[in-house]
Design a binder for this molecule. Structure first.
Ligand code: PEP
Length: 258
């Protein structure tokens, strides 16, 4: 974790939890991290629980992330939710381009870009997910794939827009599989993302941008991952559904933790 960027951890609760269960978990997370002063924490419930959870957490320090949004503000788009509606519900972030959305729902880089730019316009921080499949890694295409997704997602953005963006490097083969990237694999991808951001947006904008890791993050692997200079926190799926695991991940990521 490089100095100057506060570590950021976001739980992605995916399709889990009633409103009551989400409220209980959110409350436990808030109580767990309330005394931590050197880290930012968000939780990502399902759409149905966003408002209730945001209300419960409105006094801080934990913020709320939605798991997707549409790019239009309003209109005949049955089933979609706009960035402004997410802000209205109390969200501060929105996860975009998650590999489950790309793989199961056919989401393309162009859509991620439209969603990210709409989210920024509405005042949200998009957490933009990029990452290669196992076949792409085995074919030696990891860096090319990640760069293509990054370039597609950030098209037509300037350095002011980048200030509002978090990038999540999530190798697809590591998500929900129990198989996390090694520090060397994560380090290479994160360093490449940072250098691409520098090339595109310049040093100051690139250096303030959070690039977090996701993919089977657990209390026993976060320390090595978060020690990498370009890893600024984590997007945590399965382990974020258990408050103890999530809390341990957050606390063990900190250099001062024992
Ligand atoms: C995720 O859903 O973004 C994720 C990283 O999941 P998991 O931690 O379960 O691999």
């Amino acid at each position: 974790m490089a100095s100057g960027r506060r570590p950021f951890f976001c739980g992605n609760w995916k399709l889990n939890g009633s409103i009551a269960e989400s409220l209980a978990l959110a409350t436990d997370v808030r109580n767990g991290v309330a005394t931590l002063r050197d880290v930012d924490v968000a939780v990502g419930p399902s759409f149905t629980a966003l408002y209730a959870v945001a209300k419960r957490l409105e006094d801080g320090p934990v913020t709320v992330a939605a798991q997707d949004c549409f790019w239009e503000e309003k209109g005949a788009f049955t089933g979609e939710v706009s960035p402004a509606q997410l802000v209205d519900a109390g969200c501060k972030h929105v996860i975009l381009g998650h590999s489950e959305r790309r793989q199961l729902f056919g989401e393309l880089d162009a859509a991620v870009n439209l969603k990210a730019r709409a989210a920024i316009r509405a005042g949200l921080t998009p957490i933009i997910c990029v990452g290669e499949t196992l076949a792409e890694r085995d074919a030696g295409e990891t860096i090319g794939r990640v760069q293509a997704q990054l370039d597609g997602a950030l098209a037509d953005m300037d350095d002011t827009a980048l200030e509002r963006v978090v990038i999540a490097y999530e190798p697809v083969w590591a998500i929900g599989t129990g198989r996390n990237a090694t520090p060397a694999q994560a380090g290479e991808a994160h360093a490449h993302i940072r250098s691409r951001l520098r090339q595109w947006f310049g040093g100051p904008a690139a250096d303030q941008c959070h690039v977090i890791y996701g993919g089977s993050v657990k209390p026993d692997n976060i320390r090595d991952l978060s020690a990498l200079p370009d890893v600024d926190g984590a997007l945590v799926g399965g382990a974020s559904l258990d408050v103890r695991s999530f809390f341990d991940i957050v606390t063990r990521s900190r250099p001062a933790a024992v």
